[in-house]
Design a protein around this ligand. Structure first.
Ligand code: TRP
Length: 337
């Protein structure tokens, strides 16, 4: 029997993954998969904001799977799971809605911010309730640990609350899961905005070619107060240096560049070109692995199918506990008399 603790985490299939995903979450996933029984979920129920572009989310499923394989997630070890093919997620979400007060959902800061972006009036019901689905995602495999980006922590708080309420009433059915945020909780975008994101069009993708990475880095926002290479520059909060700190393993080079930048003894172009070189050195093996899997999509498909089947087994086992707790088999147990 597998006695390892379990991880459940996931991503919405909306497109290819970027450096922010890597530093905020994926890096942890790769590291943790040797110690935990991992379920990595492709959350295809939770894309109601793409209802007018279903084709895109279908294509994105494979983008996500390829990026996972490319960064070194191992489907022999970890289950890659398509959410909608484990319909117990939907079933459990409906039951768990009994134990989640509406006010907690309305106060959820991540959900609130996302709904503002959407334009409140047009938010689909499924969007408002996606955190409930996420609670079900985490509780269905009875996960202990949820490694995610910082913006997901409010959803994990909801999950803990639901687990506590359920357990208080029915006994210890669900572990109370912990969140775990990556080395860089939130990576800035290449435009200097607070968050790298596809919708803001300020991302460097794991699958970007070396030339695209070079061009994107050249276009990066730096220190706006610095007009000439001889002006003393600001390193703190400067996206180019934040990326150097995150992705350039040559600490001496980074320290030297920062020192010269502060003194006005290095140009932006040199700092950027060295960043592009470091990023490409980091991304090259990822791109190579991705290309190898892309040439063998049958294998990718089989990996996802196998992981989904594995998740379905544990889903059935949990649902048996839930049915028992909620006394749902009353029809079978019925005795006339
Ligand atoms: N909502 C998460 C995101 O936008 C994706 C997600 C779906 C998830 N289900 C999950 C994350 C379960 C962790 C656990 O990134």
């Amino acid at each position: 029997m597998d006695t390892r603790q379990r991880i459940l985490t996931g991503i919405r299939p909306t497109g290819p993954l970027h450096l922010g995903h890597y530093a905020g979450a994926l890096e942890n996933w790769v590291r943790l998969q040797t110690r935990y029984d991992c379920h990595f979920l492709i959350a295809d129920y939770q894309v109601s904001d793409y209802a007018d572009d279903v084709r895109r989310v279908r294509e994105a499923v494979w983008e996500v799977a390829l990026d996972w394989l490319a960064v070194g997630l191992d489907p022999e070890r970890s289950a890659f799971v398509i959410e909608s093919l484990v319909p117990e997620h939907a079933e459990l979400a409906l039951w768990l809605g009994w134990f989640l007060p509406l006010g907690m959902l309305q106060r959820n800061p991540t959900l609130k911010a996302e709904m503002e972006e959407f334009g409140r009036a047009s938010v689909p019901v499924a969007f408002f309730t996606y955190p409930v689905m996420q609670v079900a995602n985490i509780l269905l495999p009875r996960a202990h640990l949820v490694p995610v980006g910082e913006d997901q922590l409010p959803h994990i708080e909801l999950t803990r609350e639901v687990a506590r309420r359920f357990n208080r009433q029915f006994g210890e059915v669900f572990p109370e899961p912990e969140g775990l945020v990556g080395r860089v909780p939130r990576l800035v975008g290449i435009d200097g905005r607070a968050k790298m994101s596809k919708s803001l069009d300020n991302a460097i993708y794991l699958k970007d070619s070396a030339a695209v990475v070079q061009a994107k880095v050249r276009s990066m926002y730096t220190d706006p107060t610095r007009l000439r290479a001889t002006d003393p520059g600001h390193v703190e909060g400067n996206p180019v240096f934040l990326y150097h700190d995150t992705f350039n393993p040559d600490r001496d080079e980074v320290a030297d560049l920062a020192d010269r930048y502060r003194r006005g003894a290095v140009g932006d172009v040199e700092v950027k070109d060295r960043l592009a070189t470091a990023l490409n050195a980091f991304l090259e093996p990822i791109r190579e692995r991705r290309a190898r899997f892309e040439a063998d999509m049958g294998r990718v498909r089989d990996a996802v199918a196998a992981g989904t089947a594995r998740a379905r087994e544990s889903a059935r086992a949990t649902m048996a506990l839930v049915r028992e707790a909620l006394d749902l088999d009353y029809l079978d147990k019925f005795r006339a008399g």
